[in-house]
Design a protein around this ligand. Structure first.
Ligand SMILES: C[S@@+](CC[C@H](N)C(=O)[O-])C[C@H]1O[C@@H](n2cnc3c(N)ncnc32)[C@H](O)[C@@H]1O
Length: 301
């Protein structure tokens, strides 16, 4: 690691130095942040036990705060792991933020980063009438972030959250308990719809969508995430195709399917051109999220 400058014993100085080292280390930011400054601020604040949001009220005082030697040493150790092992920061902190909520994460689950957060904050309006949403299905729940955020955004609804991997469901269970939503989020081990019963007003899925041959082309940070959370067949669309084909049977008449396929959107759209996907745009970034009504799906499948 680089030499500590005299300013790096303050919060601001430490953030600056960490950002420089992250830049020099060539890390990829995309697992919770999208630039080295934010990444450094998350690291420093988490290790120092500070809320970065507190900087807004008095930035000068916040960034001038002195760090103890122990904290500075702990920050250095984590910075080293981040750079040398290219571990995504949330795995080191055992925490990721999604839709304004904190989630426990480790290498059993994908690091939450779906643009679904923005749709959840808007309660899927104008696509859904929020008070009429009673049952929601989250396919491929991973850490449970989407299911739990949905349960909070739609009070009174019941959310079924499925995942193929028992390991992922163990992490989701930690988060269900952390947010006290045991009564409204049911975790089910299922291969997509296999163990699912009944109909839903909203089906949400962020399935794996990386083509099998393309994993090696991704930054090393991705290699720490479970393969099953990323890969889905030769063109990345195996899971998405199955979800599209089966979803109609699990939707209420006014129900909506929201599916994320990232940069696979063009290919999926071409493969099912008659479906008439509605592709959404997001203020805070992200792409490749489509909405389909039960009627659209029933017309095709
Ligand atoms: C891209 S991750 C999404 C995780 C979480 N929903 C999120 O947005 O952070 C995909 C998830 O789907 C799960 N998965 C993969 N194949 C599946 C299948 N056939 N049935 C159910 N879940 C599956 C993976 O285990 C993983 O947790």
């Amino acid at each position: 690691m680089g030499r500590r400058n005299e300013n790096s014993t303050t919060v601001g100085g430490m953030i600056e130095r960490c950002a420089q080292e992250l830049e020099r280390g060539g890390v990829y930011c995309g697992h919770g942040t999208d630039n080295v400054i934010d990444e450094a601020a998350s690291l420093v604040c988490a290790v120092a036990g500070l809320e970065h949001a507190a900087a807004a009220s008095d930035p000068q005082a916040f960034y001038a705060r002195a760090l103890t030697k122990d904290v500075a040493v702990a920050i250095d150790a984590m910075l080293r792991q981040r750079i040398e092992q290219r571990l995504p920061l949330p795995y080191l902190l055992k925490e990721a933020w999604f839709a304004g909520l904190s989630f426990y994460v480790d290498e059993r689950v994908l690091v939450p980063r779906s643009p679904f957060a923005e749709l959840i904050a808007a309660q899927f309006e104008p696509w859904l009438d929020p008070p009429s949403v009673r049952r929601i299905l989250d396919i491929g729940t991973g850490s449970g972030c989407i299911a739990i955020a949905l349960a909070q955004a739609f009070p009174g609804s019941q959310v079924v959250a499925v995942d193929l991997m028992p390991d992922a469901l163990d992490v989701a269970r930690i988060n269900v308990a952390r947010h006290g939503v045991e009564d409204c989020v049911e975790l089910v081990q299922s291969d997509l719809f296999d163990q699912v019963a009944g109909t839903f007003d909203l089906i949400v899925s962020n399935p794996p969508y990386v083509p099998e041959g393309e994993l090696d082309e991704l930054p090393p940070e991705y290699s720490h995430e479970p393969n099953v959370a990323l890969l889905s067949g030769a063109d990345g669309l195996d899971s998405s195709r199955r979800i599209l084909q089966d979803a109609a049977r699990y939707l209420t008449d006014d129900g909506v399917l929201a599916i994320e396929v990232g940069d696979r959107a063009v290919r999926l759209d071409a493969a099912f051109s008659r479906l008439g996907f509605i592709w959404l745009e997001f203020e805070s970034g992200g792409e490749g999220v489509a909405l389909l009504s039960a009627a659209q799906l029933r017309a095709e499948f």
